[in-house]
Design a protein around this ligand. Structure first.
Ligand code: E4P
Length: 218
């Protein structure tokens, strides 16, 4: 399963990338607003750090303006992936962009039928939002299971990008189901390394090593 960081914070992106944990990045208008940075500038910076796809989202609601915005965004770098909403105008934009080789992430997906439409529109990625689904009394991971089943039934090439990930159990479940990608805040990705027995084991090894009075570095 590929790991994307769901953030526009450069320091976090650099750190995860250097640890070899990053296959791409997703941003959205709220994350850009939170960063306080200029959209074009921060996206350009992220694209230069990460080799994989970097999602940059259009903000228009109609197909024609989405196409004009996508034209500007895709000039930023070769690894820009245009993010469009799961609406009929968004799907139309998806079809037009993927038709000429541009990567497209269809976002704000909350049902398996919507994911079916994204697959038919030739999306590179579909982003079902599991956290927001859970918040509203639905089972976000059940949605991922349904999409996996449908995409496998019809051999869709669209990758399932599990989004709105809130905690490490979402990541575990996504991997069990066989999602292609998950995007999470950096703190969720680093939390995957945490285990109380790892900490306890390290404490024991460190104190026993101190008793030997030795040093590996001489
Ligand atoms: C995905 O691409 C979105 O940016 C993101 O995962 C939304 O997550 P949220 O529900 O935590 O805002």
């Amino acid at each position: 399963m590929k790991f994307f960081a769901d953030t526009a914070e450069i320091a976090d992106i650099r750190e995860l990338n250097e640890a070899g944990l990053l296959d791409g990045v997703t941003t959205n208008p709220s994350l850009i607003a939170k960063s306080g940075r200029d959209f074009m500038e921060v996206t350009r910076e992220i694209c230069a750090i990460v080799d994989g796809p970097v999602s940059a989202e259009v903000v228009a609601l109609d197909h024609e303006t989405m196409m004009r915005e996508a034209e500007v965004l895709r000039k930023i770098a070769d690894n820009v992936c245009i993010k469009v909403p799961l609406t009929i105008d968004g799907l139309k934009t998806c079809r037009a962009l993927t038709g000429d080789g541009t990567m497209v992430n269809v976002t704000l997906c909350f049902s398996a039928n919507q994911a079916l439409l994204a697959g038919k529109a030739g999306a590179t990625f579909v982003s079902p939002f599991v956290g927001r689904h859970d918040d509203n009394g639905y089972d976000g991971m059940e949605l991922i299971r349904d999409i996996r089943l449908i995409y496998d039934n019809y051999d869709f090439g669209t990758e399932i990008l599990v989004a709105s990930v809130r905690h490490v159990v979402h990541v575990l479940e996504a991997a069990r189901i066989g999602a292609d990608v998950m995007t999470a805040p950096p703190k969720v990705i680093t939390a995957l390394a945490n285990h109380v027995l790892t900490d306890k084991g390290l404490e024991g090894f460190s104190s026993d090593w101190a008793k030997t009075g030795q040093s590996i570095l001489g």
